[in-house]
Design a protein around this ligand. Structure first.
Ligand SMILES: [Zn+2]
Length: 85
């Protein structure tokens, strides 16, 4: 059983992730409003990824959703991420 994360911890983590990532979506590297930011799991929860700073990054909802579905589109934003670690 993974430990649960309460809403206060989640809110604090959002603030930290937003600050660390410079207010930008880590998937397309464009600015994202705090209210519009979603938390993207680098390693999916289903694969054992944790809800912590090391495994969470800022992402637009659109980018987060697109990444989670069919990866057939090769967008310039996706290619720009290659090699940036
Ligand atoms: Zn984005």
């Amino acid at each position: 059983m993974a430990h649960s994360v309460n809403s206060t911890q989640k809110r604090i983590l959002r603030l930290k992730v937003y600050a660390r990532d410079g207010g930008r979506c880590r998937l397309c590297l464009q600015p994202v409003a705090f209210d519009a930011m979603t938390l993207d799991h680098v390693i999916p929860k289903s694969s054992g990824g944790g809800f912590d700073m090391g495994n969470i990054r800022a992402a637009h909802w659109e980018c987060n959703t697109e990444r989670g579905s069919a990866a057939t589109k090769q967008s310039p934003a996706r290619l720009a991420l290659v090699g940036k670690g």
